[in-house]
Design a protein around this ligand. Sequence first.
Ligand code: SF4
Ligand code: SF4
Length: 92
Amino acid sequence: MPGLARGNIEINIEECKGCGLCVESCPPKCLALADELSAYGVHPAVYAGDGCTGCGICFYCCPEPGAITVFRLAAPPKTVAGSRGGQHAPAV
Ligand code: SF4
Ligand code: SF4
C-alpha cells in the first residue's frame, strides 16, 4: 500500500525552459519532460501526479524563478500508540 502523499507541486509552463534539471534531481523520480512542446518551443517539466515528498529539491535547482511551486502537505494528526481514539472515563 503506498504511503500518504507528503507533497505536491505546480509547474508554470510559461516560465519553464525545459532544461530538465528538476527531472534529474527529483529523488522519487516523479517529474518528466512533456512530449509536447510549449509555446516557447521547449519540452516543459510535468509532474506524474503522485510520489512527491515535498522535499523542495526541484525548486532549489530550477534556474527559473516562479517555474516550480512546492506544497508540503499537512501531516495527519498523531495518535497515541495503542489508542483507538476512545473516550475519557466518566466522572464519578
Ligand atoms: S519536491 Fe522533491 S519529490 Fe517533489 S517533485 Fe520536487 S524534487 Fe520531486
Ligand atoms: S528545472 Fe525549472 S526550467 Fe528546468 S525543466 Fe525543471 S521547471 Fe523547467
